[in-house]
Ligand binder design. Structure first.
Ligand code: CUA
Length: 373
C-alpha cells in the first residue's frame, strides 16, 4: 500500500518534469535577425522595443524571485506539515501575528513601488509626442491591414499588407478598424475619415519594433516606433477578430532613408497603362469586365473609381505577399486566390470568380496583375 503510493507519487513528479521541460522548450529560439525567431520580443530592433525589453529584464527576475520564494514556501509547508498517520486532533490555530502581517503587507508594497517607477517612466517615454515623425494611417480590415501615406505631392499612397518605413526616423501610426470605406462619404478636403464604422477589434503587433496596440472601432489608436536597420519585420493581428484572425499578417519593411524616398516616389505613380504585353492588355480588359474596380483601387487603369473596400492593387506586384501576408505574390497563388478566395483564406470577403472566368481569362488577368510593379 505504502510502496504503491510512493511509486505513483514518483510517476506524478516525472510527468510534471516532462511537461515543464516541454513548456520550457517552447521558449527556445535564435535571436539573430531573420533566424528562427523573427518575431522575438527579446530581440528588439528599435528604441521603443528596446525600452520595453529593458523593463521586462528588470521586472522578470523580480517576478521569478517572488514565484520561487512563495511556491517554495508553499511546497515546504505542505510536505513538512502534512497529515501523518491517523491524527484526529486539529493543528493549533494561530491568529493575529501583527509582526507577520505588517511584514507581508510591506514587502509586496515595496516591491510594487520599486517596479512602478521604471514602468510609469517607460510608459510616458514611449507615449510621448513623436519627434519629426513619419505619419501613416493604418486601417485594420477583415483580415488585412491597409497603410496610407502622404505622397510627395500630397496625394494618397496606399498599400496593403506591407508597411514601408525609413530607418532612423520615428513612425507615428494613426490606427482605425473599419471593415469598409465608402468613397461617397469622404470629405473633399482633410483627412479622409468617412468610414462605415462596423469593424471589429484587431491588434497591431510587430514584436521586434513595439508592443501591441488594440485597434478599437470608433477610436483612433496611436503607436510610435522606430527601426534601426533596414529589413523585414514580421507582424500580425494579435486580437481574435474572426475566422482568419491567424491569417491577418503583415510586414514592416524598413529602408535606408534615401531608399524609402525612392519607394514612395515609385508608389505615388499610377500603374502603366495600357500594358505593352498582349496577354496583359487582355487582362486589363477582363479587370474592367469583371468589375474588379468596384472594390479595388488601381490608379492608371481608365476604369478606376478609387474605391477603398478591398486592397489597393496599383503596385501589387511590388509586394512580396498578398491576402494578409499569407501568400507569396506569384502566378500560382494569385490564380488559386481569384478562383476562390474563401477556400484558401477562410472568411475572406472577396467572392469566388471560378465560375466567371475561363482558364485563359484567368491567365490573362494574372499576367496583368503581375505587371503592376
Ligand atoms: Cu484582426 Cu485578429
Amino acid at each position: 500500500m505504502r510502496a504503491g503510493r510512493r511509486r505513483s507519487g514518483l510517476i506524478g513528479w516525472a510527468l510534471l518534469a516532462i511537461v515543464f521541460a516541454l513548456v520550457a522548450a517552447a521558449c527556445a529560439g535564435s535571436p539573430d535577425p531573420g533566424g528562427q525567431a523573427p518575431q522575438s520580443v527579446f530581440d528588439p530592433a528599435g528604441p521603443v522595443a528596446r525600452k520595453q525589453d529593458a523593463l521586462w529584464e528588470l521586472v522578470f527576475p523580480i517576478a521569478v524571485g517572488v514565484f520561487v520564494l512563495v511556491q517554495g514556501g508553499l511546497i515546504f509547508m505542505v510536505v513538512k506539515y502534512r497529515a501523518k498517520g491517523d491524527e484526529t486532533v486539529p493543528p493549533k490555530q494561530l491568529h493575529g501575528n501583527t509582526r507577520l502581517e505588517v511584514l507581508w503587507t510591506m514587502i509586496p508594497a515595496l516591491i510594487l513601488a520599486t517596479i512602478a517607477v521604471p514602468t510609469v517612466r517607460t510608459i510616458f517615454e514611449i507615449a510621448g509626442p513623436p519627434d519629426d515623425p513619419l505619419e501613416v494611417r493604418v486601417i485594420a480590415k477583415q483580415y488585412w491591414f491597409e497603410f496610407q501615406y502622404l505622397g510627395p505631392e500630397g496625394q494618397d499612397v496606399v498599400t496593403a499588407t506591407e508597411l514601408h518605413v525609413p530607418t532612423g526616423q520615428e513612425v507615428y501610426l494613426r490606427m482605425e478598424s473599419l471593415s469598409a470605406v465608402v468613397p461617397d462619404t469622404e470629405p473633399e478636403v482633410g483627412p479622409k475619415l468617412g468610414p462605415v464604422a462596423d469593424g471589429v477589434i484587431h491588434s497591431f503587433w510587430v514584436p521586434r519594433l513595439a508592443g501591441k496596440v488594440d485597434i478599437i472601432p470608433g477610436h483612433v489608436r496611436e503607436l510610435k516606433f522606430q527601426a534601426d536597420e533596414p529589413g523585414r519585420y514580421p507582424g500580425q493581428c494579435a486580437e481574435f477578430c474572426g475566422l482568419s484572425h491567424a491569417n491577418m499578417r503583415f510586414d514592416v519593411v524598413a529602408h535606408a532613408p534615401e531608399d524609402y524616398q525612392g519607394w514612395l516616389d515609385a508608389q505615388s505613380e499610377p500603374s502603366a497603362y495600357p500594358p505593352s504585353e498582349e496577354a496583359a492588355a487582355r487582362g486589363a480588359e477582363i479587370w474592367e469586365a469583371q468589375s474588379c474596380q468596384a472594390c479595388h483601387t488601381l490608379t492608371g487603369h481608365p476604369a478606376n473609381v478609387d474605391t477603398r473596400i478591398a486592397p489597393n492593387l496599383t503596385h501589387l506586384a511590388s509586394r512580396a505577399t498578398f491576402a494578409g501576408g499569407i501568400f507569396e505574390t506569384n502566378e500560382e497563388n494569385l490564380k488559386a486566390w481569384i478562383r476562390n478566395p474563401p477556400a484558401v483564406k477562410p472568411g475572406a470577403q472577396m467572392p469566388p470568380f471560378d465560375a466567371d472566368l475561363s482558364d485563359e481569362e484567368l491567365d490573362d488577368l494574372v499576367t496583368y496583375l503581375l505587371t503592376l510593379e
